[in-house]
Structures are given as structure tokens and as C-alpha cells.
Design a protein. Structure first.
Lengths: 812, 109
């Protein structure tokens, strides 16, 4: 006898279940209710509709005719209002009453709208159905749209609108895009691809409020105060199973409608499938498990045995033309090992996670061809120990291939600048080689590349090697560390010319061999990034040595030394009293006057650092940066104020210099001295920059040393005014900051590039001197602030204390 | 194993560490880039450097005093250096860091 089946919801899951049912020739009389006024379309294909690649008609999977052909009584645009499970009757808002033998819930999900202020303004929409899609399609080009949510749906919406010429900004709360499917390096590549399409991406951005005008959306306000103007705001932050009707009908409901392995709810005559269900605590959003459920529902209805089993999921996605693949568990974990492969030329990133010689997870970006091969081995638990060395290259390369150390340079486009001094790009060097230049001297003679400061020599040689192949023998240059084959100079040049502004960008574009560097390269890269991109790059304390992270010098017993700044070596009775009080209060073991004319309090416990900083701050003192690769001290003599030989106000100039330079980060420490006359009581001529005052002006000399090496400074220039001495010093420090290798003191760097080159840049070329001083000032607008005051704030200060203390409990 | 709640995961900086004081000395609790948590002795066997202040890279830490590198998983010194630090079981549950203190309490008793 024909049985009656009522289905609520015409989506992809119920459409597939009915297909299975009809294919099997099952004898059912089917009634279908759908709140949307149409049949079933492929929701996954809404994005191509949005971007204009497809029309709605092309993505329909089951239209009214299909349902008619299979004898389904359709009620489209009709909402089911009530279910009487005792009488087995469904009532709908068109007044119809339909009885059933079996009922199937396929009510899907609702987009989640964050209940922040302004969410109910006109112009705030989700991205879920055809109406939302049409709304976005109807936005005129040039209008502004903000998308909240950097998951798959949000990015699809953003890319679709960007393709229509709309100005789109994506706001994502997490640190990288699609954090559930991708790790950070893959998220970086995706972000870069989206930015290439003109989409602005803001990660770690917290939305605070939606601002409106006359009831219409005007802008999104972030909690850091940024306002993002918009004409439309799309919220794509996730979905929630639509369980309202099921809950009203008295079915067991948790996050979703509870179902067992046969997809049967708490009522044996009611089934459910799709995004509205919860099975063993899990809810579903991807299409593969939904189709599995559809099979089980059809079999259960036909009285056949079937059980739904969630599968290990692999996701192969195309987000706006970018190929992505992720499978299994790719978080780092105990006893896990990563194999990473990066190909900067093709924008490829692959990572396989291995545990006990088996693949347990994989992430791929850019080239996902081998995804299924890895996924297959992951599912089968294949032992990969025999192919570990070549595993990452995929099935085609088993037994061969190795990483090319010159891949990063080979990948550079022709317009990548190699020589910054002379503005020579890779293409010009390649042209010179093709025109006959066969070695470094030939390149220097024909293009001038590497002929000035010489720091790009390594890169020029690599271009020679890549272009000439075996005809060129590469001189061995020292790489930064085992994580890369590039030298410090190569890395610095490429950070500038390729505009690499994050650690992730460096790791990927320069083909780093490790996930996040090591203790050798990370502090260097962190420095290069903040020196070259002071505004764009955020300093990373976790990539700094302990002293710079804790803003104090660690001693051999694990305590710290604290040195407050004394501008130009000048102090006051009040400051001395405050220092004495702090020394007593925090039990300084030793109080010492340093070689740079400051006072050092030694033996301070780590947890006391914020306290002593706070006390010293209260007395008007700031960090003396006695721990930094940065400006340390400006040592002075008393000068013309008191000394009968003094020619200028050396103390005053010292204070001005220190106030201009303090807080700046440099490749290695920078110490200055200013002496009021050639008797040189401030010992200025063994400093990184030493100034000797004379009657007619200021002799600015540089590149001295008084450490492992002892070396007298060399005269850079004599200038007539204090202002010029200040500008020249700032320009010198900046050119050193921009060009030197990390951990090269100024004298070592000047020896490499030559004092003549430095003079050309900062003495002869006045426009360049001014530009350097301006760039220094820009950087200082961010870094000229007291780290002690910042870290003594209560919520940061607590980080200096133990996270837990079990010595306070009685020992058992 | 008996698990003791130590702190919230977010209280430990990514690629950083915090210390836990116990009767058997300080324990360093590390958090890697991938939000994995490891606990080891805070003392470098070389000259007693506080490992919690080292640079965390991959699943290793470099001692801040003389650059000895230790595996956070096995506690073994890497490269040419020879040495071993104690490691302690940890796990992360609902954003909380849990540690098994039973070995430590035995030492302290």
C-alpha cells in the first residue's frame, strides 16, 4: 500500500534523499513544503552566481517540473506552522493539512547574526540564499561593502562582489583566514591572493558596533576605533541548525535535531537530515556528509538497513580561484612531525603532519593535485617511513628530486629590484648577462648593480647562477642559518624590493625550510621587518632575545639588572633619591655606575620588574634600554656650561641626541659620545657616533669601537650648527638601520660598504640625508616610547609573575 | 594520571612560556605556534639558564644564556650539546591547560 511521506524543506539534502527514493522505485506519496518560493538549487554555487560566472537557472538541481514529474505535491513559499505528532498531521500557513506515515525534517540552518548594536539596521544581511545573493549583485560598482567573517562563505561573498568592481573589506576576528581549514602559512597565501584582487583584509579585528544613519547602515566600528564606511554589511560568521519547528513539535533537540545512526529522531516516525541535525554531538555544514545522510534516510524509509557514519573529512576547495586542500588533524601536537614544502615561484605551500610514521593531516595551497594521494594514505594508515625524504613532492617524485636552493631568486619577476643604490632590477641584470656579462665584475661594469655599497652582491651572483646555469660557479656565501640558503644581505634586499611585511611573507616568499624559523633567524627577521616597515609591521616580542623581551638584562643567576635613563648622563637629587628608594625596596644586590654614565641596579627578581619600573616612572624616569640592540647612551662632558675649555654645549647636544634617538632599534647596540672640546673627556672617538665640539662647529665621526676590537672613529663631516649635527647623526643611524646585517656593529658595517659610500649618501647628497632623517622620524613616531610604562600596566605586569604557584600549598 | 588545572591557554603567549612554581623547582610551560603545550624543567643543565625565557621555534626552545637547544617533546639537547631536561605530561581541555603533577609531588615529598 502506498504510504504518505511529508518532507519539510527543499534543500540539497532532501533533494538527494528523494532522488535515491525514486531511483529505487519506492512507492511513496510525497508532499514537499518549502519556505523559499522555489525548488532546490545548489547552494554551493551561489558564489559563481554572485560573481556573474553562472546564472540562477544554471544552478537549479531540482525545479518544480522535476518534482511534478515524480508526482511530488509541492507547496513552495509555504511555511509549516504546526505538527501534530499524535494525529500525524502537518499544518501549513497556506491553510493546508496533510497527514503522514513518515515525516522528514530538512529544515537546514539559519545564518548566525551577531547581536551587536546596529545588527537590525537596513543594509545588514547574511549570505545564505538567493535573495541575499541578488542584494549583493544589485550593489552598484564603486560602492563599499564590509563582510564580517573570513571563513569560506565570507570570502566567497567578498570575491564575488570584488569581481563586480565593488570596494570590499573583510573583517575577521581570528589571526588568519579560514582558521578551521588552514594553518597560518596557507592563510597568509590566501590573504595575499585576495589582496591581489583588491580586497582589503583585516585579521584580528573585533567588530564593536554597526553605525547607521536614518535607519540605514553607514559604517562598521571596530573596537580599536577604526571606522569602515559601507553601503552594505554582510555577516557571514557561521550557521546555526534550524530547530525551531522540531523543538515546538516536542522532538529531542540539542544544538541540532537529535538523530540516531538511522537518521531517526526521538519520534520513530520522524526522520531528519542535513544541516538541521545533530548526530553524536556533531553538526554538519559540508556537503559530503549530507549526501551520506541522504542515502541513509532513503534506505531507512524503504525499511533497509543502513547506518550513518561520519567520515574523516578532507576539504578540497576553490576559494575565488585559489586551490586549497586540508584533511585530518594539522594542528601541531605531541610526537608529531611536520614536513613543509614551499615554492615561492608558484605560490605553493604544502605541509604534511606525521605521527608514528603515519600521515594524520595535510594542508595544501596552490597545488592540491596530490591531496587525494595524501588523503588516501592518511585513511589507510600507510607507513611512510620509507618515503619520508621525498614524501612531500608527491607520488610523481618518489625516489628523486630535492629542493632547489635558488628557487627564491629564480622566482623573482624581472622588475624585482636587486640593487637599491642604483635602482637595478633583475631583468636588467639578465639582459646584461645575455649581452655578454659572465661574472660579477662584468655586471658591475655594465649595470652598476652591486658596484656601490655591495650588499646585493649575493643576489647578483644568484641571478648569474640562475641565468648561466653550470657556466657560473657560485662563491659560497654565508646563509643566515639552517632555515634558508640566503645570506642576511640577500634577505634584507628582498624584504625591501618584494615588500615583504610579515614573518609569514618572508617564510613563504623566500622559501624558508622551517615552519617559523629558529633562534638565529627569527630575531634578525623581526628586526629587518620593523626597520623597513615601521608602520606596517608589528614588532613580535616572541622573536626577541630575553633581554629585549623583558626590557632588562638577565644575569647568570636568572635575576635582572635595571638601568633607568639619564639623558646625556645628567641626573637630579630627586631622581637619585627615587633610585635609592627603589634599590632598597626591591633588594638590589649591587648598585653600580656604568661605563655609559648611568646607574645599574643589579639582582632584581623578574616578578619585581613591573613594580620597580612603576616606581621609577613615578619619579619621571624611563627605560635606559641598557639591554637593547638599539640606542644605549649618549655620554657627555659638562661642556661650555662649566668647563673653562668647553667650546659648545656638549651636554645640551647629548641630551637632544638622546631624546631624538631613544627607543630606536638598530642592527646592534649604538653608543654615542659628545665631547665639548678636542681634549675629548667623553671618550667620543671610540663610539659608534662620536661628536667633538670645536669653536667653528661639530666634528661628527663614526664607526669607532671599544670592545673586542678597539678602533678610533673616522670623520664623517664637520658641520657648523647643532641642527645639522643632529640631522646628520639621525641620517647615519637610519642608513645603518636600513642596510646593515643584524648583529653587525656600525664599524663592521662601514668597513663592508666603505666610508666613502656612506659619505656620498649622507654628506654629499643633502636631499638623501633629509629623506633618511625623515624615515628615521617616522619610525621613531612609533618606537620612541617607554616600554616600561607600557609593561607596568596591571594586565601586562601579571605576565611577569608565575602562572601558578604550588609552593603555597602544603606538600602532600 | 591526575590532572591539575594550571591556567588558561591564552595566559601563555604564543611561541612563549610561563613558569609554574612547585616544591621541586620551577616548571616552564610552553605554548607553540600550533597551540600545543609542553612542560619541562625551567633549568638548563648547562649553567642553569631559565628556559622559559628562551626563543620557542617549532617544538624546540633555545636557552637564553648560551643557546643550548632542547626538544620540548623529549627534553633532549639538540645538535652538538649533550644534556636532558625533565618533561611533564600536559594537555589542553576547553582552553584550559592541565598538568600531571604526580611526579613532581613525589620528588618534593
Amino acid at each position: 500500500m502506498t504510504q504518505k511521506l511529508v518532507v519539510i524543506g527543499a534543500g540539497m539534502a532532501s533533494g538527494r534523499a528523494l532522488e535515491h527514493l525514486f531511483e529505487a522505485g519506492a512507492d511513496w506519496d510525497v508532499t514537499l513544503f518549502n519556505a523559499e518560493p522555489r525548488g532546490n538549487y545548489n547552494r554551493l554555487m551561489l558564489s559563481p552566481v554572485l560573481s556573474g560566472e553562472k546564472t540562477y537557472q544554471e544552478i537549479v538541481t531540482h525545479d518544480e517540473a522535476w518534482y511534478l514529474q515524480h508526482g511530488v505535491d509541492t507547496h513552495f513559499g509555504t511555511r509549516v506552522t504546526e505538527i501534530d505528532r499524535a494525529a500525524k498531521i502537518v499544518r501549513a500557513d497556506d491553510g493546508s493539512e496533510v497527514s503522514y506515515d513518515k515525516l522528514v525534517f530538512a529544515t537546514g540552518s539559519n545564518p548566525f547574526i551577531i547581536p551587536m548594536p546596529g545588527h537590525d539596521l537596513e543594509g545588514v544581511i547574511a549570505y545564505r540564499d538567493l535573495e541575499d545573493t541578488e542584494r549583493m549583485m544589485n550593489m552598484p560598482a564603486e560602492s563599499k561593502v564590509v563582510v564580517i567573517g573570513g571563513g569560506l562563505l565570507g570570502l566567497e561573498a567578498a570575491a564575488g562582489m570584488a569581481a563586480r568592481g565593488i570596494d570590499v573589506t573583510v573583517v575577521h576576528i581570528m589571526g588568519h583566514l579560514m582558521e578551521r581549514q588552514l594553518d597560518e602559512p596557507a592563510g597568509y597565501l590566501l590573504r595575499r591572493a585576495l589582496m591581489d584582487k583588491g580586497i582589503t583584509v583585516k585579521c584580528q579585528a573585533n567588530s564593536k558596533e554597526i553605525l547607521g544613519e536614518d535607519g540605514k547602515v553607514r559604517a562598521l566600528l571596530l573596537d580599536d576605533g577604526t571606522e569602515l564606511p559601507c553601503d552594505l554589511l554582510v555577516m557571514a560568521v557561521g550557521i546555526r541548525p534550524n530547530t525551531k519547528l522540531a523543538a515546538e513539535a516536542g522532538l529531542a533537540v540539542g544544538r541540532g535535531i537529535h538523530v540516531d545512526d538511522q537518521m531517526i529522531t526521538s519520534d520513530p516516525d520522524v526522520l531528519a537530515l542535513g544541516e538541521c541535525v545533530e548526530h553524536n554531538g556533531a553538526v554538519f555544514g559540508l556537503v559530503a556528509p549530507l549526501y551520506d545522510q541522504a542515502k541513509v534516510v532513503a534506505k531507512t524509509l524503504m525499511g533497509e538497513e543502513a547506518a550513518f557514519q561520519p567520515r574523516e573529512i578532507s576539504t578540497k576547495l576553490k576559494v575565488t580561484g585559489c586551490d586549497l586542500f586540508s584533511a585530518g588533524d594539522f594542528a601541531e601536537g605531541t610526537d608529531r612531525e611536520d614536513i613543509v614544502f614551499r615554492d615561492p615561484a608558484r605560490g605553493v605551500y604544502k605541509r604534511v603532519v606525521i605521527k608514528d610514521d603515519k600521515i594524520i593531516g595535510a594542508v595544501m595551497y596552490g597545488d592540491t593535485a596530490d591531496g587525494n594521494w595524501f588523503y588516501g594514505m592518511m585513511k589507510d594508515g600507510t607507513d611512510i617511513s620509507d618515503m619520508r625524504e621525498t614524501l612531500i613532492f608527491g607520488p610523481a617524485y618518489q625516489g628523486g628530486a630535492s629542493v632547489d636552493p635558488m628557487a627564491a631568486v629564480a622566482a623573482l619577476p624581472a622588475d624585482a629590484e636587486i640593487c637599491g643604490c642604483n635602482g637595478i632590477c633583475k631583468g636588467q641584470i639578465v639582459d646584461a648577462i645575455n649581452a655578454g656579462a659572465q661574472d660579477l665584475a662584468g655586471i658591475r661594469a655594465t649595470t652598476k648593480a652591486s658596484a656601490s655599497c655591495g650588499t646585493c652582491t649575493g643576489l647578483v651572483e644568484q641571478v648569474l647562477a640562475v641565468t648561466l646555469g653550470d657556466d657560473f660557479v657560485m662563491p659560497a656565501s654565508q646563509s643566515v642559518c639552517g632555515c634558508t640558503d640566503l645570506s642576511h644581505e640577500d634577505v634584507r634586499r628582498l624584504i625591501k624590493s618584494q615588500e615583504l611585511q610579515s614573518q609569514q611573507a618572508v617564510w613563504q616568499e623566500l622559501g624558508w625550510k622551517t615552519v617559523n624559523g629558529c633562534h638565529v633567524c627569527r630575531p634578525a627577521i623581526n628586526y629587518y621587518l620593523l626597520a623597513d616597515w615601521p608602520v606596517e609591521y608589528q614588532d613580535d616580542p616572541q622573536s626577541r632575545f630575553v633581554n629585549e623581551r623583558n626590557h632588562a638584562n638577565i644575569q647568570k643567576d636568572g635575576t635582572y639588572s635595571v638601568v633607568p635613563r639619564m639623558w646625556g648622563g645628567i641626573t637630579t637629587p630627586d631622581e637619585l633619591r627615587a633610585i635609592a628608594d627603589a634599590a632598597e625596596k626591591y633588594n638590589a644586590k649591587t648598585v653600580k655606575v656604568t661605563g655609559g654614565q648611568r646607574i645599574d641596579l643589579l639582582g632584581i627578581k623578574k616578578e619585581d620588574l613591573p613594580g620597580i619600573w612603576y616606581d621609577l616612572n613615578q619619579a619621571g624616569m624611563v627605560s635606559g634600554h641598557a639591554y637593547s640592540k638599539g640606542l644605549r647612551t649618549v655620554k657627555t662632558c659638562v661642556g661650555s656650561d662649566h668647563c673653562r675649555f668647553g667650546t659648545q654645549d656638549s651636554t645640551g647636544l647629548g641630551i637632544k641626541l638622546e631624546k631624538a634617538l631613544w627607543g630606536s632599534w638598530t642592527p646592534h647596540k649604538v653608543k654615542l659620545g659628545v665631547s665639548g672640546c678636542p681634549r675629548n673627556c667623553a671618550e667620543a672617538t671610540c663610539k659608534d657616533v662620536g661628536i667633538i665640539c670645536v669653536d667653528s662647529g661639530y666634528e661628527v665621526s663614526v664607526a669607532g669601537a671599544a670592545g673586542m676590537d678597539v678602533k678610533e672613529t673616522e670623520l664623517l663631516a664637520k658641520v657648523p650648527t647643532e641642527e645639522e649635527a643632529l640631522e646628520l647623526t639621525c641620517a647615519f643611524v637610519q642608513i645603518y638601520r636600513e642596510n646593515a646585517k643584524y648583529l653587525d656593529r656600525a664599524y663592521k658595517w662601514v668597513a663592508k660598504v666603505g666610508l666613502d659610500w656612506v659619505k656620498e649618501q649622507v654628506v654629499d647628497d643633502l636631499a638623501n640625508r633629509k629623506a633618511l632623517a625623515e624615515r628615521f622620524e617616522l619610525s621613531q613616531s612609533i618606537y620612541r616610547k617607554d616600554p616600561w610604562a607600557d609593561l607596568a600596566e596591571p594586565h601586562k605586569a601579571e605576565r611577569f609573575a608565575p602562572i601558578a604557584d604550588f609552593t603555597l600549598e602544603a606538600a602532600e | 594520571m591526575s590532572w591539575t588545572d594550571i591556567a588558561a591557554l591564552e595566559d601563555i603567549p604564543v611561541r612563549g612560556a610561563r613558569i609554574v612554581k612547585t616544591h621541586a623547582g620551577c616548571i616552564a610551560v610552553f605554548r607553540t605556534d600550533g597551540d600545543e603545550v609542553f612542560a619541562t624543567s625551567d633549568r638548563c643543565p648547562h649553567k642553569g639558564g631559565p628556559l622559559s625565557e628562551g626563543i620557542v621555534h617549532g617544538k624546540s626552545v633555545t636557552c637564553p644564556l648560551h643557546n643550548w637547544v632542547f626538544s620540548l617533546e623529549t627534553g633532549e639537547a639538540q645538535g652538538a650539546d649533550e644534556g636532558q631536561i625533565a618533561t611533564y605530561p600536559t594537555r589542553v581541555e576547553n582552553g584550559r591547560v592541565l598538568m600531571d603533577l604526580s611526579e613532581i609531588n613525589k620528588v618534593a615529598a
